[in-house]
Design a protein. Structure first.
Length: 306
């Protein structure tokens, strides 16, 4: 997939594209992109995805957002769809003021968009009251045909990035995975910790997430799969929380225990794929009770990860 930005225009035989932020690149997004690829092949055109470096809501509201995917992960997952091009734009206050008509004209004139596929409930342009019929009318004036993709309902469930964000915030990683079509993951580097886990027989790697806006699932203990330096795979469990059994400064920590591993992971790159939530975080009556509970958690996780 070739990345095109604001300053790079495309001269080609024409493109079929869709537009959105595509946070998570979930099953609904993939269904929409599949329609783009199908229409492009049928008409002998190239395929494209129009997206943004920053979430439009951060410009419209002035507030930061917690996201399912970093820009790097989002582009990697979009590239895996087999699309020819990704038009990666800066969403600016000026762009936020553009009408749907002007935005379609911008895409046609700068990137040779000939056909635009929109999601079944997607809106763009300054006037949110404009409808799909309005888009079709504007497109006809500008030489861009418009079509609408149907709703994607895996196992009868509605799919949207906002629903997935809510599920992750509730710790429902298995339900989120059904809508994403893959296991949710975070990535980062191992940083120095308190070394308590090593003293009680459960050494942990303390993870600093590389993308500050990344959603961290709700506090609790999870069965996970862990990839170290993109090549070494382990089963394990992760605790997310503020370590209530021992002295805590209130900071949320991400502590990963890798099964069947010995060695030093300090400063190593690590990816954590969340498979299932085992339990909520709770305060134990001392280290003996904590150790016993961790052993039960490990057995539970191993049964899930078999």
């Amino acid at each position: 997939m070739q990345i095109l930005d604001n300053s790079r225009h495309l001269s080609s035989k024409g493109m079929v594209a869709t537009i959105g932020f595509f946070d998570g690149v979930h099953s609904g997004h993939k269904s929409l992109i599949a329609d783009v690829l199908k229409i492009a092949i049928q008409n002998g055109l190239t395929s494209g995805i129009i997206t943004f470096k920053n979430h439009p809501k951060t410009v419209l509201s002035g507030k930061a957002m917690q996201l399912i995917t970093s820009t790097k992960e989002r582009l990697r997952r979009l590239a895996a769809t087999g699309t020819d091009y990704c038009i990666l734009l800066d969403f600016t206050p000026q762009m936020a003021q553009m009408s749907a008509h002007d935005f379609i004209a911008f895409l046609h004139d700068n990137y040779n968009i000939r056909h635009l596929v929109v999601g079944y409930d997607h809106r763009f342009g300054h006037n949110i009251n404009e409808t799909y019929d309005d888009y079709c009318r504007y497109g006809k004036e500008l030489g861009v045909t418009i079509s609408r993709s149907g709703a994607c309902m895996p196992e009868g469930h509605k799919v949207s990035s906002s629903i997935i964000r809510r599920l992750l915030g509730e710790g429902r990683v298995h339900d989120a995975a059904l809508l994403l079509s893959y296991d949710y993951e975070i990535e980062g580097h191992v940083v120095a910790g308190h070394q308590l886990g090593r003293r009680i027989g459960f050494p942990t790697a303390n993870i600093s997430c590389d993308f500050p806006e990344k959603i961290i699932p709700a506090n609790g203990v999870y069965a996970v799969r862990i990839i170290v330096n993109r090549k070494y795979h382990y089963n394990g469990m992760v605790n997310i929380g503020n370590r209530p059994t021992v002295h805590s400064d209130g900071e949320i920590c991400i502590e990963a225990h890798l099964f069947d591993f010995s060695g030093n992971l300090y400063e190593q790159y690590i990816e954590i794929q969340f498979i299932a939530r085992l339990r909520s975080e709770k305060k134990m009556n001392g280290l003996k009770e904590l150790t016993d509970q961790l052993q039960k958690d490990k057995e539970h996780a191993m049964n899930i990860l078999l």
